[in-house]
Ligand binder design. Structure first.
Ligand SMILES: Nc1nc2c(ncn2[C@@H]2O[C@H](COP(=O)(O)OP(=O)(O)OP(=O)(O)O)[C@@H](O)[C@H]2O)c(=O)[nH]1
Ligand SMILES: [Mg+2]
Length: 194
């Protein structure tokens, strides 16, 4: 599947702010701050600046909704694990994502982004278990593969799967928004669902 049309719809701070009267399926991209969620969405839709990205963590601060091919939504959410965000903001982000994940019937599949260079953090493990608890299909996306040496790929892959205790039914895809590795596999995941 190609995403031939992708438009920003709105930013929301709660489920009520997301218009979806047609009940189109929604796909969420979550993960640590700076892991590359917004860049990944841009790679997926082949647009440079649809989702706003930054070198500094903490860029995305709301649920950002993009309508694709007039038939489904991609949802970009604030990252977690960013030390310099105040406690009250962290709680606000946490509540926003929790409400979205637990109450949103249109949310059909989730993508958990982790950095391919590093062992998943405690927050990553919590997020993965949280999504599993709500019976949401999870695809783990390892990001920034362009920064990983060939000789380290196998080792890093195993480390991530093992640390998250990845279930057999969940997919794991190595990707790069720089050179587009794996991006097609994620488009396929979405089109298989559709
Ligand atoms: N080399 C490389 N850099 C990447 C890749 N994906 C993202 N980046 C860089 O990582 C930084 C963070 O990217 P974002 O997409 O803004 O990250 P985010 O997860 O949306 O961050 P928050 O909105 O703060 O939660 C930017 O400097 C991107 O250019 C990748 O695949 N390869
Ligand atoms: Mg972002």
């Amino acid at each position: 599947m190609e995403i031939t049309k992708a438009v920003f719809v709105t930013s929301a701070v709660s489920n009520d702010g997301i218009p979806n009267e047609d009940h189109l399926p929604e796909f969420m991209f979550c993960g640590r701050s700076n892991v590359g969620k917004s860049s990944f969405i841009n790679a997926l839709v082949r647009q440079k600046n649809l989702a706003r990205t930054s070198q500094n963590p903490g860029k995305t601060q709301t649920l950002n909704i993009f309508l694709c091919n007039d038939s489904f939504y991609l949802v970009d959410v604030p990252g977690y694990g960013y030390a310099r965000v105040s406690k009250s903001i962290k709680e606000k982000f946490g509540k926003m994502i929790e409400e979205y994940v637990t109450k949103r019937e249109e949310l059909k599949m989730t993508f958990l982004l982790v950095d391919f260079r590093h062992k998943p953090t405690e927050d990553d493990i919590l997020m993965y278990n949280f999504l599993k608890y709500y019976n949401l299909p999870v695809t783990v996306i390892a990001t920034k593969s362009d920064k990983v040496k060939n000789m380290d790929r196998k080792k890093n892959k195993e480390k991530i799967k093992e640390t998250l205790n990845l279930s057999a039914e969940d997919s794991f895809i190595v990707t790069s928004s720089e050179n587009n590795e794996g991006i097609n596999l994620v488009r396929e995941k979405i089109s298989n669902y559709l």
